[in-house]
Write a protein that binds this ligand. Structure first.
Ligand code: SF4
Ligand code: SF4
Length: 443
């Protein structure tokens, strides 16, 4: 049994301060779908007092793992550690249908494997770019498919064949004297579908005086597996990634996907019982930084060009709650001349993406997405920025449904654009592209 430790469960004093920030409690108003209720269910299971184990499964399954409750809790309850221990227990006892098991397995056989994703992306690109997708949507045939498959289809990222062929070099030299040696994580979905974001990240780091090293044999960080309770898969991925990055001698490991960053910063905890990797994992985790943390630590060196636009910045849960990074992205945006940052109401509440949650629990994810999109649209932004590919896709599908075209892009893409304009300030370029539906071309 892998249930959470009794002393961690006892930290909860049932005050309820976390309730208004918990997305599932906000949606359904049920105690069992709140952090406090889920902790109570964990206690019942630990004490052998629960009447229905499948109720424990159901309410842990509906948890997004967004960690808004960790930010809100005044008693320092470590819900992240509680959930990390509860999820493998759920996988052990869950009475799942064959269809459910197959769907989950298919996700884990696909998403953490960039080579497989890349092969799949070609036929999907043909489906998307040939007009077939538009025909399928028009025909209404998708209504015949289960909601989970429809959700997957909706979330299909924009596929560019040129981007699919692109690879990242092993080394990018700093512009001018190097002031830091960094390693760059490429991610799985990020490297296949959002290669432009990785390219922009390397350019911005180089422009700011970082020498960038990119291990070519790096695999998945294990975030998806860890968030879904597939503990052994997560441990294996973490060990492989540590091995890949230990071959390069860097001060910092830079991550541009919030979900990956939150998992990698917890490697010390994940591998704490491993006699070979425990110390290496701790040292590795201490080097991990989100791209916004790294850039905010460095005194800006590259001149920023003017970009006149109102932007809404969407805080990814795995950045704001799991990593406590909220200030740095705003500081960077405020450093771009002409940019006005608009705050989104209910910014602490998840957009419904949450790793693979929007595929496993599409109804709840869609309700949260529509709520988020309505809040974003109230700010009347010229573009919406975030630091996580999953959030960008989720929000883009919400804009599509609302019939609004608002460019959606990674924070680093806007910085890259500003720095490029700063190098040759001929004219200001209007931002009309988005990483979700119109990738920003390389400069
Ligand atoms: S992680 Fe998010 S969804 Fe889960 S209990 Fe905490 S606030 Fe609620
Ligand atoms: S998790 Fe924290 S905020 Fe929520 S009820 Fe328990 S002690 Fe209160």
């Amino acid at each position: 049994m892998t249930l959470p430790a009794r002393e961690l469960l006892d930290d909860c004093v049932h005050c309820g301060f976390c309730l208004p920030t918990c997305p599932t409690y906000v949606l359904w108003g049920q105690e069992t779908d709140s952090p406090r209720g889920r902790i109570h269910l964990m206690k019942l299971r630990r004490d052998g007092r629960e009447s229905n184990p499948q109720s424990f499964v159901k309410h842990i399954d509906t948890c997004l793992g967004c960690m808004a409750c960790v930010t809100a809790c005044p008693s320092g309850v470590q819900y992240d550690s509680l959930l990390e221990a509860a999820r493998p227990e759920v996988e052990r006892i869950a009475n799942r249908s064959i269809g459910d098991r197959l769907f989950r397995r298919a996700i884990f056989e696909m998403f953490p494997h960039p080579a497989r994703l890349r092969w799949m992306a070609w036929p999907l690109g043909v489906y998307q770019n040939s007009g077939l997708r538009a025909l399928v949507h028009k025909s209404g045939v998708l209504k015949l498919f289960p909601e989970r498959l429809r959700a997957m289809e909706r979330l299909l990222p924009p596929i560019s064949f040129a981007a699919l062929r692109r690879t990242m070099p092993a080394h990018v030299a700093a512009d001018g004297p190097a002031r830091r040696r960094v390693g760059l994580l490429l991610g799985c979905v990020q490297r296949v579908f959002f290669g432009d974001v990785n390219a922009a990240t390397a350019r911005v780091l180089a422009a700011e005086g970082c020498e960038v090293f990119i291990p070519q044999d790096q695999g998945c960080c294990g975030a998806l597996a860890e968030h879904a309770g597939e503990e052994q898969d997560a441990i294996n991925s973490a060990k492989r990634l540590i091995d890949a990055f230990d071959k390069i001698d860097v001060d910092t490991i830079v991550i541009n996907a919030a979900g990956c960053g939150s998992a990698m910063k917890r490697y010390g905890h994940l591998l704490r019982k491993d006699p070979v990797y425990a110390e290496r994992a701790k040292a590795f985790a201490a080097k991990c930084r989100d791209i916004s943390e790294v850039l905010a630590e460095l005194e800006p060196r590259a001149p920023r060009g003017r970009v006149d636009m109102r932007v809404a910045y969407h805080d990814a849960c795995h950045l704001q709650h799991a990593q406590g990074v909220r200030v740095q992205p705003r500081t960077l945006l405020q450093g771009i001349p002409g940019v006005e940052v608009r705050e989104v109401a209910e910014s602490e509440i998840c957009c419904g993406s949450a790793g693979i949650y929007n595929m496993l629990e599409p109804e709840a994810a869609t309700q949260l997405r529509d709520r988020k999109v309505a809040n974003i649209l109230r700010t009347e932004p010229d573009a919406i920025l975030s630091s996580n590919p999953g959030c960008l896709l989720q929000i883009a599908t919400g804009f599509d449904k609302a019939g609004r075209h608002v460019p959606v892009m990674h924070l680093v893409e806007l910085l890259d654009r500003s720095i490029t304009l700063g190098k040759s300030p001929i004219t200001q370029s209007p931002i009309t592209q988005s990483s979700s539906n119109h990738p920003i071309p390389n400069h």
